[in-house]
Design a protein around this ligand. Sequence first.
Ligand code: IPE
Ligand code: IPE
Ligand code: MG
Length: 244
Amino acid sequence: MIDMKPPLTHKVPQHIAIIMDGNGRWAQSRGEPRVHGHRSGAQRVREVVEAAGQQGVKVLTLYAFSEENWQRPIEEVHALFSLLVSYLREEIERLHENGVQLCSIGAIEKLPEDCQQWLRVVEERTRSNQGLKLVLALSYSSRTDILRAVRGIAAAVKEGTLDEQSIGEATINSYLSTNLLPEPDLLIRTSGEQRLSNFLLWEMAYTEFYFTKVHWPDFSRADLEAALSDYAERERRFGSIHPQ
Ligand code: IPE
Ligand code: IPE
Ligand code: MG
């Protein structure tokens, strides 16, 4: 049968944010330890990064570890960071060849030293690439980021370098760790939960939400394309009465 779906060239989200959830449940449903789910989840990142770039997405922000995730058992935390190091080590050349530019947001200084080092290496290697911007949110908390911005703004006012009356949304944007990124157009959360879990709270004021029951280790290129098709059907009005 001929596929009559229109091509996805129009209304491609510029920036997609993904809460990669459900690794633990995916593993538990197979009688495997949670870390097995994280390992399979890490394998999915490659496919989704590649597919997003091919679809014309400009920025992909992946929520990989939240500030709250430090409360997990130490063995799980260690396993997650060792998977991150393996990902960075194995993917550095492929990312570079595909023109991906990698960067990170969050309290990177809290990460294990080898993780920080590998992040620096990959960021440096891919710095001048012009393709997909891949943002890893690590030890990230949106409220902490907003708090940091508020403190920075207060300090600037106190120093006299910022006039209180001139503080606007753009000022707040400029103090957030996401200051160089466009706001997300589409948020995807896998595994059925319908919450933000402290992710990009200020930035997602007008983001479209897409929730799927698929666990992250099963989330494929086809699932990403389904989310993009869904997004393409939506009418974004931003408070006006006309689509924008
Ligand atoms: C997402 O999967 C990975 C991280 C939060 C690091 P989970 O580990 O949260 O999986 P579930 O939600 O327990 O199934
Ligand atoms: C959010 O998932 C964080 C990441 C995916 C990195 P969690 O599984 O930690 O969130 P909650 O606990 O369900 O809110
Ligand atoms: Mg979870």
